[in-house]
Design a protein around this ligand. Sequence first.
Ligand code: ADP
Ligand code: MG
Length: 858
Amino acid sequence: MAKYTPMMEQYLKIKADYKDAFLFFRLGDFYEMFFEDAINAARELEITLTKRAGQDEPIPMCGVPYHSAANYIKNLVEKGYKVAICEQVEDPKTAKGVVKREVVQLITPGTVMESNMLDEKDNNYIASLSSFEDGSYVIAYNDLSTGENKLALITTGWDSVIHELYNQPIKEIVVSSSLDEDCQKQLKDRLQVTLSYQDEVNFNAEYRDLCENLNDERLMKAFSRLLNYIQHTQKRSLDHLQQAEIIQLNDYLSLDMYSKRNLELTQTMLRKGKHGSLLWVLDKTVTAMGSRTLKKWLERPLLNKHEIEKRLETVQGFYHGFMERDALRETLKSVYDLERLAGRIAYGNVNARDLIQLKKSLNKIPEMIQILRQFEHEEINQLTEQLNYPDHLVTLLEDSLVEDPPISIKEGSIIKDGYHEQLDKYRYASRNGKQWIAELEQKEKQETNIKSLKIGYNRVFGYYIEVTKANLHLLPEGKYERKQTLTNAERFITPELKEKEQLILEAEEKSVDLEYELFLEIREQMKEHIPELQHLSDVVSNIDVLQGFATVSEANNYIRPRFVDSKLEIKNGRHPVIEKVMDEGSFVPNDIHLDNDKSILLITGPNMSGKSTYMRQLALTAIMGQIGCFVPCDKANLIIFDQIFTRIGAADDLVSGQSTFMVEMLEANHAIQHATSNSLILLDEIGRGTSTYDGMALAQAIVEYIHDNIQAKTLFSTHYHELTSLEESLTHLKNVHVRAEEFEGNVVFLHKVKDGAADESYGIHVAKLAELPEQLIDRAGVILKQLEATETKHTRTSESSNQLSFFDEVNEVLKATKEQEELPVQSIAEDIKNLNLLEMTPLEAINELYRLQKKVSK
Ligand code: ADP
Ligand code: MG
């Protein structure tokens, strides 16, 4: 076996504990990586791979300079990797043998604290998942940068776990190494987050305060798993962590994982960016904390009518106080990110500038309170009462820190005069000394009669008296000691000057040290106020989100919704995002009615007519209402939905490379299994992922099932025209269609939703719009005519290419029967003629074809 140098032995020993991380091994001014780490890092970071002599063969190696490591670390962590920072923990000069090294921090995607790696408008969540023998699961969430902790108990099975996790923006998930393999795989594949392990779930006494409100063993264990992992990776004070908030999932509108994605609540499906999402439209917050809070609200809309109304009432207050709102927004602009700041105070990485920023932010609170009072609105007053101005904190910062401190906390010029007696003494001594020197300069000038004589200072020689060569003859003998010769001047010192210099430098050094100590003390004192700051940031964030709702509602003409028990009615509803990306006023508003009598709308209409838009518009309006925002329409009577499910047909499913039909069925199943009569289900062109009959049969069966067993409010768009006949058999189902008109051979989309089933299809016109070759379009027209002809008495036209094959088959049968004269063609042709295709279900059609085939092959 190869034997390595003692340093490499040390490396390998440390690396063994951090197998799943890049080990940044500090060597002088570099962090070095070796072996596999080096090969992988060189590839990921595009840095040069070198070699280091090993016993048998060279060791792959690469490194990054210590001072620019932050960017490399960021790069790796953003790609989902972990980085272990291994530092020299003793002074190399005094070390005997190999310098001692230790990992001082493990930086992982879910635990980054460095502000350059955090998006200020996003929370950075890490979660832990624990499973229990009774079949329940607990998910614990933490955002290390803000100190927020949340716990959710899930008793409805693994499926719900995946849906819950999927909807939260987590970067990393900590599980037990004994968690079911298949579950681990699903977490990795479906959530695409970094997976980490922590098996220690025993409760660490250090965190007693954080767990005080927990009385369920399962919650404690799950929370401990997370805290232990964080402790293990961070190895430092976590004073800013807050008590865990227990989330009752039943208190919030539940969105299945497909809905958040399909409805593009916080990011778009295609580009994965905020632009084009509902968040993009609604985010009129001023502060970063407000923006993060808005996102949280969007991820968990409310169910409690009282709480929703409370938010709406506040929004109304802000809506009407236009001038005051402007003033409020102006003050919010100067409020710093109190929440993240509290986290950094606990971590010990704030400098004096940050604290001055904090002071300035806090000083805005009285002004904010004053503005809020001007609204003279009850709900706003209630919010205002929660805004506490922490005057003692402001006083401390005011008394101690100068207004414009340097970035460094180790070079002095931070602490105000009068704050600390000893510091004042040192400063006095140094200032006094400098004064004395200034006076000495005057005195020497006079005594020697050299006008250009001056006293200067440099780091090497300290204070000196400088005399130009031309004047040297004027100096008395013996008094001055020559120190340095320049081209045209000489520098001298005197014992007296040296003595003062000693005093000044000592005082300065001591005062810099003392300032550093005092600053640490102040920072330590600040820690005690972290909960206060966190509360304040909470209230400010809420105010910010609600004023943002008022601002966006005013800008986009939203109105306050009413919540009713059963009759949902929206007048002139609009899609909040699409109307923003279209020219002003060009979006066509539509009404919608849903109640217990007519709870299912079956929507037909040509491609591109606006079916999907209409459906999503309802879901988005419902969500906006349930987070407490006004909604895009002229009048809204909404019902509170307990859950929203969406299923977007394969043709529209742009996202995954997964086997689409299977996913489609899984999603439909999820909706059917969990929906209640208070849920909203959107089924957009379901059944597209398989052959016509299959798809149509399934689509129909699904509608029937929902109709008979669930009675959830359902919007169902379909290109299977045949399904419109369901209106006759399903009493709660109603047909609506989106109109389009033909004008001079072109299709014109009116985007207007009307009662009844669509009677025309414009597939070919859409193809024309898409600029398919003219020859092809013409040919399609001919085929269509032929097909229409085969339909004899009925005037309806075929709808899609899937339909073509259906009629093709009928044609085939007809042809076959003609060719075989000896068969009882006459009666078969008669049978076919008499078929009422419009009235037939797909299954009946198949049966009929089968019967005919039997007849022919006899
Ligand atoms: P479908 O689902 O029927 O194929 P979509 O809902 O995807 O149609 O709408 C297609 C396009 O039509 C949208 O991207 C939008 O540009 C436009 N559109 C849809 N509804 C409206 C509307 N109510 N007013 C104006 N334009 C609309
Ligand atoms: Mg569509």
